[in-house]
Design a protein around this ligand. Structure first.
Ligand code: ADP
Ligand code: MG
Length: 384
C-alpha cells in the first residue's frame, strides 16, 4: 500500500511523513474502562496508515482511499463539534482530532493535508475509528512538535470521538492503538492510564488467538451502551464509591446484597468480576501459563451474555461451536450485539476449529464470519 505515492498523486506534492496506528482486540476486561477499572487489549497487525503534510494557511484537507468520496476541505477555525464532515461523516474523526488538540491548547492552526488508507475492518468492533484518530494525532504531534506522549495523544483522540464525533466510548481503544507493543498485551489501568506491557507471545507457545468477525451489528447496540453505563454509575452511587473499580472482588457478595434492583446487581457483578478476570489473566500470563487463560475468557463471555446481556445469537454461536471443537476458550469482545469474538486455540487446532465455526454458522443460516489470527502487534508509529 503506497500511501505516500497516493498522497502525491492526490495533492500534487510529497507528504512530510507517513504514520500508522493499529486496530485492536480486547483480550479481557469489557465495560470496565468507564468504571475506571482494568482492560487488556492488544494491537492488531491491521493499521490505518496516513501520509500527512503540514500547512500554514489554516486549511485541513482530508481524504480516505477506502471511501468513495472527494477530498473534504475544511477550515481549522470553523471546526464545530457534532457537525457532519465530508461525505458519510467519516472526516469527523480526523477533523475531531484537530479540534481536540486546539481545544486542549495545542497549536495546530496551520492545518494539514491528510490522505489515509486502512486495513482495519470497519464496524467489526476492532476500533477502525480509534486507528484513524490516533494516526492523525501522532502525525500532527510530530509535524507541529507538540511533544505529547502516547497516553496524552490517546486522550486527545478519545475526546475527538466523544465530543466532536459524538460517540461515548471509553479510552481503551485509543490507548491500545497508541501504546501497544509487539508480542504483548497492554494492561491498562483506566483510572490513571498507567500501563504495563504483559508478554503475550502466542506463536512461541504454539497458540493462536483467532478473531471471528461475525459481520453483524444489531440495532439494539445503539442505546444499550448508554443504558449499561448509567446502570453502572447508579450501582456505584448506591454502593458509596466513585466508580465500580473501588468495589474489591472479595466484597462482591456483600455489595450485591445491598443492590435491590436486579438489573443493577447484574451489571455490578459483571464489572467487578471482569476486573478480577483481568487480574487472573495477568497472573497466568506472568506465570507463563497462557493456555490457562482459556477458561477465564469463556467465563468472561458468560458474564457478558448473562449479566451484562450484550451478546447475541451469532457471538454465542462462535463461543459454543469453537469451544465444542476444542478451543481452549473464547468470548465476545468489544461493545457487543455483533462485531467480533476471540478464540484461543492450539495452533494445530486453528483450522478445524475455524471449520467448525463456519459450519455452525451455515447450519444456523447466518452469513459466514471472517476469521483471522490476532498477532499481538506494534502500536502507533512513524513509518517514514
Ligand atoms: P469500529 O471503530 O468498531 O470499526 P466505528 O463505528 O467506531 O466502528 O467506526 C467506524 C467508522 O470510522 C466508519 O463508519 C468511518 O466513518 C470511520 N472509518 C474507519 N475506517 C475508515 C477508513 N479507512 N476511511 C474512512 N473512514 C473510516
Ligand atoms: Mg470505534
Amino acid at each position: 500500500m503506497d500511501v505516500a505515492g497516493q498522497f502525491a498523486e492526490l495533492y500534487g506534492y510529497e507528504p512530510d511523513g507517513v504514520w500508522s496506528a493499529p486496530g485492536r482486540v480486547n483480550l479481557i476486561g469489557e465495560y470496565t474502562d468507564f468504571n475506571e477499572g482494568f482492560v487488556m487489549p492488544l494491537a492488531l497487525p491491521h493499521t490505518a496508515v496516513a501520509a500527512v503534510a503540514r500547512r500554514t494557511d489554516g486549511v485541513l484537507r482530508l481524504h480516505s482511499a477506502d471511501i468513495d468520496a472527494p477530498v473534504a476541505e475544511l477550515r481549522v477555525d470553523d471546526l464545530t463539534p457534532l457537525s457532519k464532515y465530508g461525505q458519510g461523516g467519516w472526516a469527523a474523526y480526523p477533523a475531531g482530532v484537530v479540534w481536540a488538540l486546539r481545544d486542549a491548547g495545542h497549536e495546530v492552526s496551520g492545518g494539514a493535508d491528510i490522505h489515509l488508507a486502512s486495513t482495519v475492518p470497519t464496524g467489526a468492533g476492532l476500533s477502525s475509528s480509534a486507528a484513524l484518530e490516533v494516526v492523525t494525532a501522532l502525525a500532527l504531534n510530530d509535524l507541529y512538535e507538540l511533544g505529547l506522549d502516547a497516553p496524552r495523544l490517546a486522550v486527545i483522540a478519545q475526546r475527538a470521538e466523544n465530543a466532536f464525533v459524538g460517540v461515548p466510548c471509553g479510552v481503551m481503544d485509543q490507548m491500545a492503538s497508541a501504546c501497544a507493543t509487539e508480542g504483548h498485551a497492554l494492561h491498562l489501568d483506566c483510572r490513571d492510564l498507567t500501563t504495563r506491557q504483559v508478554p503475550f507471545d502466542l506463536a512461541a507457545q504454539g497458540l493462536q488467538l483467532l478473531v471471528v468477525d461475525t459481520r453483524v451489528k444489531h440495532e439494539l447496540g445503539d442505546g444499550a451502551y448508554a443504558e449499561r453505563r448509567a446502570g453502572c454509575e447508579e450501582g456505584a452511587r448506591i454502593l458509596g464509591v466513585s466508580h465500580l473499580r473501588d468495589v474489591p472482588y472479595a466484597e462482591l457478595p456483600s455489595s450485591l446484597q445491598k443492590l435491590t434492583d436486579e438489573k443493577i446487581r447484574r451489571y455490578v457483578r459483571h464489572v467487578v468480576s471482569d476486573d478480577h478476570r483481568v487480574e487472573q489473566v495477568i497472573g497466568l500470563l506472568d506465570a507463563g501459563d497462557v493456555r490457562a487463560i482459556g477458561p477465564v475468557l469463556t467465563e468472561g463471555h458468560a458474564s457478558l451474555r448473562d449479566d451484562l446481556r450484550i451478546s447475541c445469537e451469532e457471538l454465542d454461536l462462535v463461543v459454543t461451536s469453537a469451544n465444542a471443537a476444542g478451543a481452549l476458550g473464547s468470548r465476545m469482545t468489544g461493545g457487543g450485539f455483533g462485531g467480533s469474538a476471540i478464540v484461543l486455540v492450539e495452533e494445530v487446532d486453528a483450522e478445524p476449529v475455524t471449520k467448525s465455526v463456519l459450519e455452525a454458522f451455515t447450519a444456523a443460516g447466518h452469513t459466514a464470519p471472517r476469521v483471522f489470527p490476532a498477532v499481538p502487534s506494534a502500536g502507533a508509529r512513524r513509518l517514514a
